[in-house]
Ligand binder design. Sequence first.
Ligand code: IPD
Length: 274
Amino acid sequence: MNSELLELAESIAVQAGEFALAQRRAGHTATHTKTNELDVVTQVDRDTEAMVLSMIQQARPHDSIMGEEGSNVQGTSGITWVVDPIDGTVNFLYDNGQWAVSLGIVEGDPHPGTWNQLAGVVFNPTAKEVFRATADGPAELNGREIRANLDTPLSHALVATGFAYERKKSEWQARALASVIPEIRDLRRMGAASLDLCSVASGRLDAYYEIGIKPWDYAAGSLIAARAGATLGGLAGAPYGEDMMLAAGGELFHQLEHVLMDYFGPDQPTWPHQ
Ligand code: IPD
């Protein structure tokens, strides 16, 4: 069943991604704000989510759907589609090609720690790259198996992260980063969590961490990275989630965890609230 879900998810992600790309090329960039003036959503995000929702409902009318832009369909099958129609919205807005459609399919309560991930697809329409995996198959990029880097020491690691849209939170994240940068090879902030996780899966990055990301940002990419051999988790044995998503291959996971514990560990001040 997982491979049938995967084929369906790929077909939906590719159609939705091509639609969004055509809209972007036609110059459609109308935006609305969400939690604050920097947290934006484009009309294309909303239209793409509506398109994804209708394709899922047509093919699988009994599944649940949880989408970044508000979709909340309660089905009866026990399966939930976790949808980010455009992950990397700010890149989309600026016509920077690092954005993707992300579709994760899970069983059970749709949150990390309780969900059972079945399949995931992340499609970057600009690069024409499909990253995908099922729970029992390899991670793939355009049909070729991909593997995470497993032997990079911390001092040679290329690491990505991201920042919250709220300034108090991003300031706090930036302070922590000041202590991470001198320990590693270099840092990237590419702006789409799903693609950061797929970059760990394909060895384009050694590691990725971020605080504050939501299930639709990682429902697909986390499965793809795990199936490529990366270790994923929170800090101090916690499952990954909004408190921390850390993905890295081999010992690097623990080396980076050790550095991050000084700022984000259980004994440190909590995520600042506005
Ligand atoms: C965002 C991106 C970004 C990450 C943010 C996410 P969105 O998702 O994944 O890289 O740093 O935390 O909210 O808003 O573009 O779908």
